[in-house]
Design a protein. Structure first.
Length: 112
């Protein structure tokens, strides 16, 4: 799985560069979350603009990352969900758990 991360005003932005987050690659995302939180990341925005499909494994990893961020008194926010991915969040009611933003900039502005 390919990621790009950058720091913006104390917030880490992770761009997921895959079209799917599923059972085949969700462990890599989990490992990346652990690495980021172990390296003092507290607030994380995950950009899912390129993700066209997510299954229960992918959702589970995002929930796990959300819990890890909360344990560290931080946040994990999502941005740029494609319609099919957004539908999965609504179907599972996870849109009520996560802060979901239209763009990365919108998510970053929520920290101000």
């Amino acid at each position: 799985m390919e990621f790009k991360t950058e720091q913006t005003e104390g917030v880490t932005v992770m761009y997921v560069r895959e079209d799917r987050i599923d059972a085949n690659n969700s462990e890599e995302l989990k490992t990346e979350f652990h690495r980021l939180f172990a390296n003092s990341t507290k607030d994380l925005v995950v950009d899912l603009k390129e993700v066209l499909f997510i299954d229960s494994s992918g959702l589970g990893v995002l929930v796990s990352g959300y819990k890890n961020a909360s344990t560290l008194h931080g946040t994990l926010k999502l941005s740029s969900l494609q319609s099919q991915v957004k539908s999965m969040f609504e179907l599972t009611r996870l849109h009520r758990v996560f802060d979901i933003f239209t763009t990365v900039d919108d998510a970053l502005h929520s920290y101000k």
